[in-house]
Design a protein around this ligand. Structure first.
Ligand SMILES: Nc1ncnc2c1ncn2[C@@H]1O[C@H](COP(=O)(O)OP(=O)(O)OP(=O)(O)O)[C@@H](O)[C@H]1O
Length: 769
């Protein structure tokens, strides 16, 4: 740490008269430190390169293990520099200035929470000396004497950077967020944790720059991808990110409280904590492909790629992809756990769906043997007697058929000697089972069923009616059957396919061999994997495919999982620890109680640690206040999170002028002039196509979205089209409207449609007090 303190004083941080020159000087101070970090990294690389060349010159010097270690060192240094140069625009982003700790020690204290300052650290006249300065970055870098030049944000020593607050500052006096691009420091923003204190660093008063980093981060324009929040994680979020992974971490919080951001940072944190356990074994389940695309870049920006599988709930089953939407009524039937009974019947019934042969004829030992329909029926019933997966019962069916034929053959009593009898039986089995007619019969009578095949068989209304007797009503049967006739799958079909996969039992697949990699045999080298020939994305996909179960499962927007989806996700984390984040007030599922039951079954009896996030970082107060009116209707009595900032811009209300399309287009165009980033136009699901046409030609800053697609996303400005239409779409409509109204970071326009009842100011009935 001494090295760092010296470095900091290389530029004299004396207060200057002009505000900008103090800022420039402080930027200079951080620049000196960043230069030093880069110099250190380059040194490491040269050192490693030299070692490698040296090793090559001298041939087989040292043990193969030592050589491999050396190569790995070169590799590691290369990865760091490569990341620093190419990926991390703001690699070094934080700094804390600390009072001496209680035990009088310097250096990182390893505490998760800020420890208290030593007695006497604050003098009676409220002055104090800074004892040490720590820099925080996306990865850790050590100096030649092993003192940290940069501490990895996930290390315990970095926790006070996030945990310290003016209410509970611990040793932290000043928290600084450093903004840099490549090797250049561009700016600094300070938060004072002990504003009442006059603190000195190397004899000079500690300067304070800016009005805080959080506000600066929140005010930035949004793009089509999410940014990490590593420089401004707040204390209540940090508690979740670093929660021990022993059981189920259960997080609730309203819109914009950072649930998705926290979930992603937690994945990076868990990997850092225990890479061996979690590498490749973390699954993040996201509600839509749009949200996957939106969030995909966050983990690479935190230095993690290829280690975590982020998948939409409609892409969890290999070889199937959800491309269709179901109407709310169909979704309700398909998502309900009632479907379990239907699928179990369907899986058995499908054996006969395409017509089943009613007679088996073979020739054995020179005799014609035959089994009639009645006998076959009895054998089928016996085989299906248990609950075993249907495909796995095929060998048993084959065996019972052979038994019945053997009885008919009359050969059973031919030998009294058990050895000879067994020999005869086995030659009988061989003869019969190898006969073409027997093989063809078995394939037709006990076909190997696929989940997609069974689902397709359910598209027949009559058949589905039989399989769902007393479970689905006739209207549901008709609608579900019709929906299954379409080409492709809906998001709800994917969970049915997964369930069928379990009910049918997958025929054993040969395991794919993983190529042997010498680096795998070294310890602690997993983090080197990303730069090998296999691209990071390919690796993630391969891991996801090879893996059926994960070590940790993170469920985002958990309130939306249907009971059948919980079963599907549950199967992927039977032995996992979990992080579940959600907001019941945003649930688009019609029966939250049924879903909660399925969730509890998936999570089992594991203990839960509950967390609540309470601050809305997305919406300004003007928008949050409006959304709270819908929350009061959707979930009376529940509390909205408090907005952290306000813009002074009230939501705008308009009614249709020429036509709905024209009006929406004009409003979107108006917002294009008012915000720098993206604009989301949210419509009822059945208007999606139409809305895309309305907005054609406005450019790629404007996006049209169905209400359900807006989940989890955010835009600088949004146009919410016809609140009443969105609310009437489904039994969960009001909660979906609440989602739609909480997507904007700056401005919101509401356009009333035919179903709304706007007052003189254009405010529709649903949004009035
Ligand atoms: N500590 C923070 N510093 C900076 N930005 C933050 C912080 N926490 C959250 N944000 C930002 O607030 C916005 C909302 O975060 P996020 O999408 O994770 O919220 P959410 O709780 O998942 O919302 P929703 O339930 O509406 O989907 C994002 O832009 C995120 O980057």
């Amino acid at each position: 740490m001494a090295a760092q303190a010296q470095q900091t004083s290389a530029v004299d941080p004396v207060q200057d008269t002009g505000h900008d020159s103090v800022r420039d000087r402080e930027i200079g101070v951080e620049q000196v430190h960043l230069d030093r970090v880069y110099r250190r990294l380059e040194e490491k690389i040269h050192e490693a390169e030299f070692l490698m060349e040296d090793a090559a010159r001298r041939g087989q010097v040292g043990t193969p293990g030592a050589l491999a270690e050396r190569d790995a060192q070169v590799f590691r240094a290369g990865v760091h520099l490569n990341r620093l140069n190419n990926e991390f625009e703001d690699f070094l982003f934080g700094r804390i200035d600390l009072l001496p700790g209680k035990d009088g020690k310097k250096g990182p204290d390893g505490a998760y929470t800020a420890v208290e300052p030593a007695e006497g650290a604050v003098r009676p006249d409220n002055t104090a000396d800074i004892a040490e300065t720590l820099h925080i970055g996306r990865i850790g870098v050590l100096d030649e004497d092993y003192s940290p030049l940069v501490i990895d944000w996930r290390a315990p020593a970095a926790a006070p950077f996030y945990r310290s607050t003016p209410v509970d500052p611990g040793r932290v006096v000043r928290r600084r967020v450093i903004r840099s691009k490549g090797r250049r420091v561009l700016g600094v923003e300070d938060d004072l944790m002990r504003p009442e204190l006059k603190a000195f660093l190397d004899g000079h008063e500690l300067p304070v720059i800016g009005d805080g980093a959080l506000m600066a981060a929140l005010g930035q324009a949004r793009s089509h991808t999410m940014r990490d929040i590593v420089a401004s994680i707040q204390a209540e979020q940090d508690l979740v990110i670093r929660a021990p992974a022993a059981s189920v971490t259960y997080v609730e919080g309203g819109p914009g409280t950072g649930k998705t951001a926290v979930a992603l940072h937690r994945a990076a944190y868990l990997l850092y904590q225990d890479r061996r356990r979690y590498a490749g074994g973390i699954l993040i389940v996201s509600p839509t492909p749009l949200l996957v695309a939106y969030t995909e870049g966050v983990l690479p920006s935190l230095g993690e790629e290829g280690q975590v599988a982020i998948r939409a709930i409609g892409s969890l089953v290999d070889g199937a992809e959800a491309t269709l939407y179901d109407s709310p009524a169909v979704a309700r039937a398909k998502g309900s756990s009632r479907m379990l009974k239907v699928l179990r019947k369907a899986a058995r019934g499908a054996l006969e769906a395409n017509g089943s042969p009613d007679r088996l004829r073979v020739v054995a030992f020179g005799r014609r043997l035959e089994l009639e329909a009645g006998e076959l029926g009895r054998i089928r019933q016996t085989v299906l007697g248990g609950t075993a997966p249907v495909n796995l019962l095929r060998p048993r069916a084959r065996r019972l058929l052979l038994d019945a034929l053997w009885q008919k053959s009359g050969a059973a009593g031919r030998h009294t000697d058990p050895e000879l009898a067994a020999e005869l039986r086995s030659s009988f089995d061989e003869d019969v089972a190898g006969e073409d007619s027997f093989i063809a019969f078995l394939d037709a009578w006990w076909p190997e069923l696929t989940p997609a095949g069974v689902l397709a068989a359910m598209a027949d209304e009559k058949r589905l009616g039989r399989w769902s007797r007393r479970v689905l009503n006739p209207g549901e049967v008709r609608r579900v059957a019709r929906s299954l006739k379409r080409d492709g799958h809906s998001v709800h079909d994917i969970a049915l396919l997964d369930e069928l996969n379990a009910v049918l039992g997958a025929p054993a697949r040969p395991r794919r061999r993983r190529e042997l990699d010498p680096l795998d045999q070294l310890t602690g080298l997993e983090e080197l994997m990303p730069v090998r020939e296999e691209s990071q994305r390919e690796r993630a996909e391969r891991l996801a495919q090879e893996r059926v179960e994960y070590a940790h499962v993170i469920v985002d927007e958990a309130q939306d999982l249907t009971p059948m989806q919980w079963r599907m996700v549950g199967r992927r984390g039977r032995h996992a620890t979990w992080t579940v984040v959600g907001d019941p007030a945003q649930s688009s599922w019609s029966d939250p109680d049924e879903a909660a039951e399925a969730r509890d079954e998936a999570l089992g009896t594991r203990p839960r640690r509950r967390f609540q996030l309470t601050v809305n970082y997305r919406n300004p107060a003007e928008i949050a206040d409006l959304a709270a009116k819908v929350l009061a209707l959707a979930m009376p009595g529940s509390e909205a999170p408090s907005a952290v900032r306000s813009t002074g811009v009230q939501p705008r209300f308009t009614v249709v002028r020429e036509s709905l399309g024209e009006t929406v287009r004009e409003e979107a165009a108006r917002l294009l002039d008012r915000v720098d980033g993206t604009i989301g136009v949210v419509v009822a699901m059945n208007r999606r196509e139409e809305a895309r046409r309305w907005l054609a030609g406005l450019g790629d800053r404007v996006v049209a979205l169905g209400s359900l697609e807006a989940k989890g996303l955010e835009y600088d400005a949004t146009v919410v089209v016809s609140p009443a239409e969105i609310a009437d779409e489904s039994p969960a409509g009001l909660r979906v409207l609440y989602v739609a109204l909480t997507r904007a970071t700056q401005q919101l326009t509401v356009v009333s449609g035919e179903r709304d009842e706007p007052d003189a100011a254009g405010v529709p009935d649903l949004l009035r007090d």
